[in-house]
Design a protein around this ligand. Structure first.
Ligand code: FES
Ligand code: MG
Length: 584
């Protein structure tokens, strides 16, 4: 039904369904019926010949509110020009954008994860309403990436995703990013830096357009888009803009390559679900884990698989991901940013190394019309010499099973996610310090009330509870800033920013709002995190004590109206990707 055909011969190759909007060809009965629609389209500069061209939706999450997406309008223009050149007709539209970096720590942050599904809905709405033939979706900031990939899969569209690219490193020594600014807050409160130093970081951390620079969520998801085959091979590594504030030539080339890939898919009838198969999802998880991606990848990959109707559980994510050594040396756990990966050949270099060593399925079809293996054919088998951005499989940054893991136990019967990024941590045991909101926890950290060994529990911050599962960076950044990053564990039903580091366990399921065990914790309960056993448990609580607490439990209700109220009604647990749509 979504792929309704023109009912007549396709006049231009790739015109698969837009005849429903504008008619199939002059003189045909459906042509007469569509006269009013063509009359309106002529007012937006459609000419006679345009009605016989494939229509391409260009979904552009432009906003001048955040560097991540500040250049999207220009990318959309380059894409539109190329579509015209290839004999198509672009239809442009916008979507909301919520920058985590800017909204984190404010009530507005509750809209961040919500925006992922809203963006997907906006794109679906526009593309399906206009019966366009092809779909190009742009994404820059964390949520605009999965939000832009989901609709490709949801309706099995013929479409390609393009990442806007990451930001260059900032500061006089080109070693700062927005995470430096977050960590500077904790450092200032601990008097480790001065007001002047804080201001210097604020002024120079973000030097232009582009998404956050490290292996945070945006770069993780952009890499996943390439590994899935839904984005052109070099697009994840190419940075957005120069220090002079111009969109890079590489990124403009990505725009043209993306359009060319789309036309290949249109000509050959290649749809998104033909590309994003179960094997492609396995590839995506492997590449994200080797890179050192963010915990949000778990959430978003589960949501993407749901849209693709590919069965994939959080346990399978763990099984696939924990076979993969950590090869990238990126921030937040190490030193490099995406621009450094690009310098040595980008994501394809990492993928080739994984492919020749048997970690990837090479026969997966991609948006270029070629297989994954064919896309990587010209890349040498060996990693480039004289670089340590990507380490070889035989000398990894960390062995398999030391990056993102899924833990279970009486505190998280349906799973929780920990990001180790190679940390040697095997066990952490300590008293629960319980907070019902992120802000209460931050106040306690900044006031010096959190001590070595504590387990900082932040609850009622889950998908339904907050609602919107706001992303956190401030608590872990404040702990790092105070020098407690390796001594205090953070446990939450909320999420962590991809820029976080420390001992962090997020996405605890079931969440507090629905009465999960995390809701029943009390100050001082002994929590045991055992990495070897993959468990997170509360020790020493008898079943009568659990029952007593359950009987007395009342949820903490955080008010929500409008979109947030709607979201609370629909959202499913983080262990299911916090999806808001049901299977068909
Ligand atoms: Fe947009 Fe980091 S805030 S990518
Ligand atoms: Mg984020």
């Amino acid at each position: 039904e979504a792929q309704a055909t023109s009912g007549g011969a396709a006049e231009t190759s790739g015109r698969v369904r837009s005849a429903a909007l504008v008619g199939s060809k002059p003189g045909s009965p459906d042509w007469i019926k569509r006269t009013a629609a063509r009359a309106m389209l002529r007012a937006v500069r459609f000419k006679d010949e345009d009605f016989l061209k494939p229509l391409v939706t260009v979904s552009c999450p432009y906003t001048n509110a955040t560097p991540c997406n500040d250049h999207m309008d220009e990318l959309a223009r380059v894409i539109a020009e190329r579509i015209e050149k290839r004999g198509g007709k672009p239809l442009l539209h916008g979507t909301p954008v919520v920058s985590d970096g800017e909204t984190m720590g404010t009530p507005g942050m509750r809209y961040s994860l919500v925006s992922r599904d809203l963006i997907a809905d906006c794109i679906e709405c526009q593309h399906e309403a206009y019966m366009a033939d092809g779909l190009i979706t742009l994404g820059g900031c964390d949520k605009t990436i999965p939000g832009a990939i989901m609709p490709l899969l949801r309706n099995d569209s013929i479409g390609v995703f393009l990442y806007g690219g990451s930001i260059l490193p900032g500061g006089p020594e080109r070693n700062l990013d927005v995470i430096s600014a977050f960590e500077a807050i904790g450092a200032r409160s601990a008097n480790r830096i001065t007001d002047e130093q804080l201001f210097e970081i604020e002024k120079s951390a973000c030097p232009g357009a582009g998404a956050c620079a490290g292996a945070f969520t945006a770069n993780t998801m952009a890499t996943i888009a390439v590994a899935l085959g839904l984005a052109v091979p070099y697009s994840a590594g190419h940075v957005a803009s120069t220090y002079e504030g111009k969109v890079t030539e590489n990124k403009k080339q990505d725009c043209r390559d993306t359009v060319d890939a789309l036309f290949t898919c249109l000509e050959r009838g290649i749809t998104a679900r033909q590309i994003a198969t179960r094997k492609a999802f396995e590839n995506a998880i492997v590449v994200a884990m080797a890179l050192g991606g963010s915990t949000n990848a778990v959430l978003h990959v589960l949501a993407l698989a749901h849209e693709a109707q590919v069965p994939l559980s959080i346990d399978e994510f763990h099984e696939i991901g924990s076979q993969v050594p950590l090869l990238g040396q990126f921030r937040p756990f190490s030193k490099y940013v995406m621009a450094d990966l690009d310098r040595i050949g980008g994501v394809p270099v990492l993928m080739k190394h994984l492919l020749v060593n048997g970690f990837l399925h090479g026969d997966c079809l991609t948006c270029t019309g070629k297989t994954l293996e064919e896309n990587l054919a010209d890349i040498p088998d060996q990693l480039p010499a004289g670089q340590d951005v990507i380490l070889p499989l035989d000398k990894p940054y960390a062995p398999p099973g030391r990056h993102i893991l899924v833990l279970k136990g009486n505190l998280a019967p349906e799973g929780a996610v920990i990001k180790l990024s190679g940390k040697g941590l095997r066990r952490h045991q300590g008293p629960a310090r319980v907070f019902d909101s992120e802000s209460a926890a931050i106040d306690a950290i900044l006031a010096g009330r959190i001590h070595k060994g504590d387990v900082l529990v932040i609850r009622y911050e889950g998908p339904a509870g907050a609602p919107g599962c706001p992303e956190m960076l401030s608590p872990s950044a404040a702990l790092v800033g105070q020098g407690l990053g390796s001594d205090v564990a953070l446990v939450t039903d909320g999420r962590f920013s991809g820029g976080s580091h420390g001992i962090m366990i997020g996405h605890v399921c079931p969440e507090a709002y629905v009465g999960g065990p995390i809701a029943l914790l009390e100050e001082g309960d002994e929590i045991v995190i055992d990495i070897d056993a993959l468990t997170i448990n509360v020790a020493g609580l008898s079943s009568t004590e659990w029952e007593r607490r359950k009987a007395n439990w009342k949820p903490v209700l955080k008010p929500a109206h409008g979109l947030l109220a709607k979201y609370r009604m629909l959202v499913q647990p983080a262990s299911r990707g916090a999806i808001t749509t049901q299977a068909e």
